[in-house]
Ligand binder design. Structure first.
Ligand code: QVQ
Ligand code: ZN
Length: 345
């Protein structure tokens, strides 16, 4: 029986909307545990995703509806992704110049919160003008936001940071998305506590050892870390191994926190039948490398090694079109599997 993606009736993972998209791969539920469950520390220690309930991590922010934010976020401008459709695929603008023919349906705009809210509500009327606010919380926000921010459950999250030897907190991103928004599958190089504040989101996660099935863009491409596969219409000619991916699926509600381990692929959707969604991320740099690197290497370490090789080749060759042929020259007929044994004739 195909494991269809659907609104499972398991209360901890269920979702009310039956309009979630369906995808051609099997899923297992992301575990959902209460913060009082000691198992959570083991999940995080083993870099396995888990949804944590009743953490009170961002409890003061649960009142952050659009009116409150409009009143208190301050008068500065905010980073907003504007997309012609419901997908908001991030790209690194610094890499666009060097990528011939790069095109994106997404552009980055700075706008006042006022304008953002107007366009958020108008989006359904005007085709091709979908807005997604993604702004790092900084000291330009109003006093009431600061008061709430300082009352986040910093003792718990800082305890996690220390317990797992993570590096510093790098940013808290405020995310406000329209219903039905999609952030396509990508991975980040930081640990992430993803706290849901308003509305419901669906998360699909893919482990780092599925790198070979997710077909990320080249490192020096603007869409570095993003999967090339269009989940709505996978090109199995180009991406045959995508047929084998296995996903973890979860639905997070206000007050719940998802741990997204570094290098884990995540695809995130806002409930298409809901209102706008609001989330706050807690991104942490990884800790320092241990003196003795444990073998066998983890899949995360292998992704890091592959990235470094691509970066080095890009630096040395200075021509992206030479990287593929050189890698083929290195491996074709020479490296096949662990013992360099050629494939059976
Ligand atoms: C979303 C992360 C997730 C957000 C868009 C960027 C965020 C992200 O759509 O929920 O927190 O790692 O990729
Ligand atoms: Zn991400």
């Amino acid at each position: 029986m195909d494991t269809e993606i659907n609104t499972v009736n398991d209360s901890c993972n269920s979702s009310t909307s039956s309009d979630w998209r369906t995808y051609p791969f099997a899923t297992e539920p992301i575990p959902k545990l209460s913060i009082s469950d000691p198992e959570i520390n083991r999940y995080i220690a083993e870099t396995r995703p888990v949804i944590i309930t009743d953490s009170k991590l961002v409890e003061p922010a649960l009142k952050w509806n659009l009116d409150f934010l409009h009143e208190n976020l301050g008068s500065s401008t905010f980073n907003v992704l504007v997309s012609k459709n419901e997908k908001f695929m991030y790209y690194d603008t610094r890499k666009v110049q060097r990528t011939k023919g790069f095109h994106s349906d997404v552009k980055f705009e700075e706008m006042k919160f006022d304008d953002f809210v107007k366009r958020l509500h108008r989006a359904s009327d005007i085709e091709g003008d979908n807005v997604y606010l993604q702004q790092a919380l900084n000291d330009t926000v109003g006093k009431k936001i600061v008061d709430d921010f300082v009352k986040f459950n910093w003792s718990w999250v800082t305890d996690q940071q220390k317990r797992h030897g993570w590096g510093p907190l790098t940013s808290n991103l405020l995310l406000i998305a329209p219903p039905g928004s999609i952030t396509p599958a990508h991975y980040d190089e930081q640990e992430n506590f993803f706290a849901q504040v308003g509305g419901q989101k669906r998360i699909l996660l893919f482990s780092p050892d599925q790198f070979g099935k997710m077909y990320p863009y080249p490192v020096d491409h603007p869409h570095d870390r993003q999967s090339q596969v269009n989940f709505d219409d996978p090109d199995y000619e180009r991406f045959p191994k995508f047929k084998e991916v296995k996903a973890l699926e979860g639905f997070i509600n206000p007050g719940e926190v998802l741990y997204i381990p570094m290098y884990w692929w995540h695809h995130i959707e806002s409930n298409p039948n809901g209102k706008e969604t609001t989330s706050v991320t807690f991104w942490y740099k990884t800790g320092t490398l241990p003196k003795q690197i444990p073998y066998p290497l983890s899949s995360q370490q292998k992704v890091s090694i592959m990235r470094n090789i691509e970066k080095m080749l890009s630096e040395c060759l200075r021509n992206p079109e030479e990287i593929g042929p050189l890698l083929h020259m290195m491996t074709d007929g020479r490296y096949y599997n662990t013992h360099n044994i050629m494939p059976p004739v």
